[in-house]
Design a protein around this ligand. Structure first.
Ligand SMILES: [Zn+2]
Length: 341
């Protein structure tokens, strides 16, 4: 499906293999930067805020021909080249009939990579996965093509001379469908923006982290068990409403906190660094939707209100902190920064 692009790519990179490939966002593995796609219809995000595990991916690869048991190869290639392994697998599924095509069985070529002599061959499937992933990064991700919708027209142009039966028309919906089946992307998924009424941002730039209809149940500084409350609690019902980023920032903590790790009482907790020594914390969530290193916009969904950690009843524990490092920064009354009434 890619041959039409071959000449241009050869010139561009001055090497004999060209390619075909892929989709998803720009993300430097390990938490450096993340560029969120702003296009509509982008792929779903993994709900856990984590990268897919080898165990989970191997479950998804069961019965998928030569890909069965290959989670480690996909994940390692993703880490080497900065590409979401879910994206690589979704494209490989589409290109190979879910691991059953002749090209992948006899040539170890999971991505439909084309070279001078046509369809390329690799000495092992691991090598084929690695080459597919590196090419995906170089020709698509690095160029800012971060969604099936933006990758598809270059990877599998509709109307291409080598696509007489218009199979390329299926590329975007097919890859998107596989991404969904694999549980969504971790890196380049579309941020889910809040739909709740949080009112305007305050003069300091903070907005409510939860819909206005949810009220404060315990203000900052209220004495509890002989100690002043170090945040603001906002009760929520069991509908687990979304929690929104109060201000744009970078995710510096997203974890299911356990005792002794410094965030032990907070359960599912997210901390955003807003720059200038200002941070905010969202505790006790039922689920988290973001991962460390990710950049979030104001109003972006961080997770859902819940009752995890040291909590008695569904509520958001919200903090604004001043100073660095974030973990030991001074907690201040968030109501001085944003109208939480
Ligand atoms: Zn609290």
């Amino acid at each position: 499906m890619i041959k039409a692009r071959l000449t241009a790519e050869l010139i561009r990179y001055g090497i004999y293999l060209s390619i075909s490939l892929l989709v998803a966002g720009v993300f430097i593995f390990g938490g450096a930067t993340m560029q969120q796609s702003q296009t509509a219809n982008a792929s779903a995000c993994r709900p856990s805020g984590t990268i897919i595990s080898a165990q989970e991916l191997n479950q998804k690869l069961q019965g998928k021909g030569v890909f069965e048991g290959k989670a480690d190869a996909f994940i390692a290639a993703g880490q080497r080249h900065g590409v979401d392994p879910v994206l690589v697998v979704a494209i490989a599924f589409h290109e190979t009939g879910q691991g059953s095509s002749k090209a992948v069985k006899s040539r170890n070529n999971p991505g439909g990579l084309m070279g001078k002599g046509g369809l390329m061959s690799f000495s092992s499937l691991d090598e084929g996965i690695d080459k597919m992933t590196s090419n995906l990064y170089r020709l698509y991700i690095k160029e800012g093509l971060t969604t099936p919708e933006t990758i598809g027209p270059k990877y599998a142009p509709i109307g291409a001379a080598n696509d007489p039966t218009s199979l390329n028309r299926h590329w975007v919906p097919s890859v998107s469908k596989y991404i969904g089946e694999l549980g969504g992307l971790s890196y380049a998924c579309e941020p889910e923006m809040g739909a709740g009424d949080v009112g305007p941002a305050s003069a300091s730039g903070f907005a409510r982290p939860i819909d206005k209809k949810y009220k404060i149940s315990s203000p900052f500084g209220k004495m509890r068990n002989g100690k002043p409350h170090q945040g603001t609690d906002i009760s929520c019902n069991k509908g687990n409403p979304p929690i929104y980023a109060s201000k744009a920032g970078t995710v510096v903590v997203s974890r299911s906190a356990v005792s002794g790790d410094g965030y032990g009482g907070y359960g599912n907790v997210v901390v955003l660094d807003h720059g200038g020594g200002v941070s905010s914390l969202y505790g006790h969530m039922s689920v988290r939707n973001v991962q460390v290193g990710q950049t979030v916009q104001q109003g972006q969904v961080l997770g859902k209100c819940g009752n995890t950690g040291h909590s008695f009843g569904e509520h958001l524990h919200f903090e604004i902190r001043l100073g660095t490092p974030v973990q030991s920064a001074r907690k201040v009354d968030a109501e001085k920064y944003v109208n939480l009434k």
